[in-house]
Design a protein around this ligand. Structure first.
Ligand SMILES: [Zn+2]
Length: 397
């Protein structure tokens, strides 16, 4: 259940971080980890404090609490005074006009939902979201810098930000993984089996839902405190986490048109291919937006290899199934995942990696993809609506 708060309103004890339970596992420690720069705000207490302070948003909600009791926030910028839809997207799409779902939103400003930190061990997009909130609130980010182009684009949207979905995972994760070795990166991310100290691994972690917490010495910052990988809490009729349900509720309630789902991995920063099951028109549009964003990352020098334009009418093989599918079903939105780079140290070289193994991104470069991708994504939606909401879209009986 979402708790709506007046913008700038203070939180009661139940929604502040004060009522948080201690984690079952100790936070992952990396000896001699490079200190984070001042603008790198990624800790749960900092996330809660910034959301509590926010006053320029028109609406503020605690959309759920995590298993440990952390509040998960959504901050709303723009006009969110519309009444709830009279029907859901599934029924509304089959009705006489999309208006039945979109209501008076039809033809209005598009709605974008940017959420970060589905996987708590991946702080880069959390830091990007925190700096964007600070810029929306004060005109400048935590570095004291402004991005007038991004602010102007956001102002043309109804814009929703959840700076960190998986607060539990974040609470036991290092501030960052810049410069750590690949083995440590894996242990910090997906955890360690208790029996023999071996890595659970990226694919190994997905063999369980939830991860059996009695068999691990550390679960990684990937899942929430119940062991669930929120990104894959995507089985209709069997949703397990309050976090996934809350994301879907936000999309459906506010008729979200576009989602940016923030993550990090060991490769160069990239927008991933759209998920494998989607409305065909959404998948094709998503591919085109993905290419545009990745070209911008390439032109900024963050993605070494020049992206190849997508083949017409064809989704690349291996496209995944995750919460993005359900988000598309919840509101008809396009949902794309941005993977920033964690910039771990070698030796490691995946034969298909797009990352230059010698490249070590600066802290600024680790976060830069958030602004670069958001700008291209938002520009694309202004050039052509993400979703057909035209009043002329009227179907017969
Ligand atoms: Zn991730």
């Amino acid at each position: 259940m979402a708790a709506a708060l007046a913008a700038g309103g203070s939180l009661d004890a139940a929604s502040s971080a004060g009522g948080v339970k201690p984690p079952r596992f100790k936070p992952f420690e990396i000896p001699d980890l490079e200190p984070r720069p001042d603008f790198w705000k990624s800790r749960p207490d900092e996330i809660v404090a910034l959301c509590e302070r926010a006053k320029r948003c028109s609406r503020k909600e605690v959309i759920c609490h995590t298993p440990l009791g952390y509040p998960v926030y959504a901050l709303f910028y723009g006009d969110f005074s519309d009444a709830p839809p009279q029907t859901n997207w599934s029924a509304g799409k089959a009705s006489t006009t999309y208006r039945e779902y979109y209501g008076r939103r039809q033809g209005g400003r598009p709605t974008c939902y940017f959420f970060a930190g589905d996987h708590g061990a991946e702080p880069e997009t959390v830091v990007g979201a925190m700096n964007l909130i600070q810029m929306l609130e004060t005109g400048r980010d935590f570095r004291g810098e402004s991005d007038p182009e991004l602010l102007d684009l956001v102002s043309k949207y109804r814009f929703i930000i959840t700076p960190c979905v998986n607060m539990d995972g974040r609470s036991i994760s290092p501030d960052h993984l810049r410069g750590v070795d690949w083995v440590t990166f894996r242990h910090a991310s997906q955890g360690t089996w208790a029996a023999d100290g071996s890595r659970i691994g990226w694919r190994g972690s997905k063999a369980w839902f939830p991860l059996p917490l009695d068999k691990v010495s550390y679960p990684g910052g990937y899942p929430n405190a119940d062991g669930y990988n929120i990104m894959h809490d995507a089985c209709p009729g069997d949703l397990r986490t309050a976090e996934a349900k809350a994301l879907l509720n936000v999309a459906a309630r506010w008729r979200v048109d576009a989602v940016l789902n923030g993550h990090s991995y060991e490769h160069a920063p990239t927008v991933l291919v759209p998920t494998g099951i989607d409305y065909p028109e959404k998948a094709m549009r998503g591919l085109a937006i993905r290419h545009r964003c990745n070209m911008a990352l390439h032109e900024r020098g963050l993605l070494p290899k020049r992206p190849v334009p997508p083949a017409q009418g064809e989704l690349p093989k291996g496209a995944g199934i995750n919460i993005n599918n359900l988000l598309s079903l919840a509101s008809g939105c396009i949902a794309l995942t941005l993977e920033c780079s964690v910039s771990f140290a070698g030796p490691w070289k995946h034969p298909k990696s797009t990352k230059d193994p010698e490249r070590k991104y600066t802290f600024e470069e680790l976060v830069a993809p958030v602004g670069t991708v958001l700008k291209e994504y938002l520009k694309d939606g202004l050039e052509r609506p993400f979703v057909d909401r035209g009043p002329e879209t009227v179907f017969g009986d």
